[in-house]
Design a protein around this ligand. Sequence first.
Ligand code: SDX
Length: 438
Amino acid sequence: MSPENQPDGGAPTDSLTVTDNRTGQTFELPITDGTVRAMDFRQMKADADDFGLMTYDPAFTNTASCRSAVTFIDGDAGVLEYRGYPIEQLAEKSTYLEVAYLLVYGELPTQPELDEWTHHVTMHTFVHENVKEFVGGFRHDAHPMGMLLGSVGALSTFYPDANEISDPENRLIQAVRLIAKMPTLAAFAFRHTRGQPLVYPDNDLRYPGNFLGMLYKMTELKYEPDPRLERALDILFILHADHEQNCSTNAVRAVGSSQVDPYSAVAAGIGALYGPLHGGANEAVLRMLRRVGTKEDIPAFMKGVKEGDERLMGFGHRVYKNYDPRAKIIKGATEDVFAVTGKNPLLEIATEMEKIALEDEYFVSRKLYPNVDFYSGLIYEALGLPVEMFPVMFAIPRTSGWISQWLEMVVDKEQKIARPRQIYTGARSRDYTEIASR
Ligand code: SDX
């Protein structure tokens, strides 16, 4: 509102003037950071007995749950920054472990800081030998994401002091353990499904190379990762590290708000990421591309999407109403990987689907663009991973984002146990009836 049409002609005030037409009362609600506080509506009552107004926002489509300095996204402009650094620069110039440090500490490390951080993470890649017992207890065809969910939750039993979350030192050692052990647990799950012996971490290797070694090492004395594949994994891990208040981060924050240990909170995040609308989408994309099968079959599939019988997995986003910047970078990385592994024939179908969708009114009008999951699976498949491992590939790097958001939430004075309200739609005050008379 410009000054001249302010009620008293004064300077514009960052506030809402709300009139409750049930009572004629008017309220001034301050606007801060582009938001009004939901609790400011509680004072608006129809009568003295009224509880007061609540806001109703299923799936939190227009609700800020926290203040955060970790990740910035501009969905309309397709901008993604970690601690203010553009994702394009980090993907080109950084490594995953350096980005994990940036997310956790808020600043890029100096060389000594990076060396110490890398040593710290490397020294925590092993898991307790007992972990092998329960990984071995899963069925041969257990989904690796379910195994990861169980394994990470179980880690809390190996570190009972992890619930001392008021101790900053303790918080940090648990953060390092989670970042360090996630690839080990992920690789254990993969090897179990293959009936292959588990491979211990090789602390001479860099983070992505060590993970490749735990996945693929067989009888060779020393696994030597292909540097081009290692670099591609580093980039994929950087791109998946954090994404502000997405579904799984919301789960980590909500569960963490009960002051439980971070292993239990991260296990909740893995559960949320497992879903096909979230981290499970990369698995669903590959299944979709295989089902379409040929470029000639794309139009029929797209027709099914527009008729609501299908969903174009890997497309659309709650925040991005423009091209997901990560999808662009991943698409570029496919060339580097295919130079080593050979081209994935499904890439042609994917690029043709993207071309058709970007020209089709149905998708354009709904601002549906490729998201991070549309191309990533093509790389994972080229690396020899089964589709069931794709969400696991998402969970590994997202651990640094989840733990950074958890660290921020734990010390946020505005936060307390997350406990939303509801609109009650059920029956009231019914008397119990004996079964004979029901
Ligand atoms: C991730 O939040 C994050 O930041 C997540 C993530 C991260 O890094 O953490 O970015 C990672 O989860 C990426 C998203 C991966 N999921 C998928 O690719 C699954 C397919 N996409 C969707 O189902 C959907 O786009 C969501 C879940 C991603 C977003 O859903 P919204 O914001 O709730 O949007 P919506 O479902 O309300 O869709 C709006 C309209 C609807 O049409 P109408 O009912 O208005 O006619 O767009 C349609 C939807 O039907 N639509 C799609 C579609 N996505 C939305 N139609 C066909 N195919 C799709 N993929």
